[in-house]
Design a protein around this ligand. Structure first.
Ligand code: AMP
Ligand code: MN
Ligand code: MN
Length: 337
């Protein structure tokens, strides 16, 4: 599958013009997706710190839904830019959106796209195409790659704060520089970020290699109930598990501790596809899918109103966990690559 090309010269110029057209004391609102991950927060806060360096004095950063910063990101630079959705500028002059594949991921903040100027920075091939200026590069390993390019076109030099945010974003979305998107350009960007003086060892320990005891016990329980279905995905196999709100409750853990649960599941060699179904409401589930290549899981997700990348995607499912998984199993066979 060939991916659409990235932003055109005109789109880059329009994004630079949009930022430059706004006064330093005008209200600027940055938004990333609901349940933010390292790329959503990192690209948004890094860019926000860059705007500060440009002299902008009124910058808010926010995301829709429950206002919780996942534990791994609570020491990220630029967190002082963050405000709850309800306190974010209601009528900003400029809106910038980060890592959001579809408007639904903006929740109640989608209306802010009606601001006089809006710029969407993203890297999802499934991006539905919304907002004023669209900087969507499906070849970018993370939205922070797009954010770095825009800051550079605005003449903002990297500093340690910006670099740490962008590094966290890049490391998160490349699986610590392991995935196919890890191109020479990704390593060149990482080199420029590290050259500012940030400490990759400290950052990785904080982001990837640290978590509460209860989260480990919860993970153990959820992994212990995983099911392997070798006949799924045209015989390439699917491994799946689920976690309920009651599981979180019993272990006293917040939902974000399940964000990386897909990683041990997708290691299973007997399955091409890994699925984790996480309860978010009475009959509502957040579905994470990964493929090793047999299936375009973003196509599966898009049939359910979700999105993502060819090998990593998600959607919101409804009903019983087993029904959601049955739907996925059926759709996998329709989207074999
Ligand atoms: P996750 O499994 O949550 O790590 O997400 C994997 C990929 O799918 C990411 O690129 C997400 O942006 C995307 N994704 C996950 N859930 C949704 C959703 N409900 N709608 C659109 N994209 C999603
Ligand atoms: Mn994301
Ligand atoms: Mn991303």
């Amino acid at each position: 599958m060939t991916l659409p090309s990235g932003p055109s010269a005109d789109q880059w110029a329009a994004a630079v013009a949009a930022v430059r057209s706004v006064g330093a004391d005008d209200e600027v609102l940055l938004i990333c997706h609901v349940n933010p991950d390292g790329d959503a927060l990192g690209s948004m806060l890094g860019f926000g710190l860059g705007l500060r360096r440009l002299g902008f004095t009124r910058v808010h950063a926010t995301f829709p839904g429950v206002f919780t910063v996942p534990g791994p990101y609570t020491e990220m630079p630029g967190l002082d830019l963050l405000v709850p959705e309800a306190e974010a500028f209601a009528d900003p002059r400029l809106v910038l959106v980060f890592d959001v594949a579809s408007e639904s991921r903006l929740g109640g903040l989608a209306g802010r796209l009606a601001a006089p100027r809006s710029v969407v920075l993203d890297h999802h091939a499934s991006n539905a195409g919304f907002g004023g200026v669209r900087l969507v590069d499906p070849h970018a390993a993370a939205t922070s790659v797009v954010a770095d390019e825009l800051l550079s076109r605005l003449g903002v030099p990297l500093d340690t704060g910006i670099a740490e945010c962008f590094y966290i974003a890049l490391a998160t979305d490349t699986g610590s520089f392991r995935f196919d998107m890890t191109t020479p350009a990704v390593h060149e960007l990482a080199a420029r970020l590290i050259a500012t003086g940030i400490r990759p060892g400290d950052i990785s320990r904080r982001i990837f290699d640290s978590g509460p005891f209860g989260a480990m016990k919860l993970t153990g329980e959820v992994l212990g109930r995983a099911v392997l279905d070798e006949s799924a995905a045209g015989g390439r196999g699917m491994v799946w598990t689920w976690a309920t709100l009651d599981d979180l409750d019993r272990h006293g853990q917040p939902p974000y501790v399940l964000d990386t649960l897909i990683d041990p599941v997708r290691r299973v060699a007997e399955a091409d596809v890994a699925v984790v179904v996480k309860q978010t409401g009475a009959a509502e589930w957040s579905v994470s899918m990964r493929s090793k290549g047999a299936v375009d899981v973003s196509a599966v997700a898009m049939t359910q109103g979700g999105g993502g990348h060819r090998l990593a995607a998600g959607f919101t499912g409804h009903g019983e966990a087993r029904d959601v998984v049955d739907t996925v199993r059926r759709l996998l066979d329709l989207h074999l690559t």
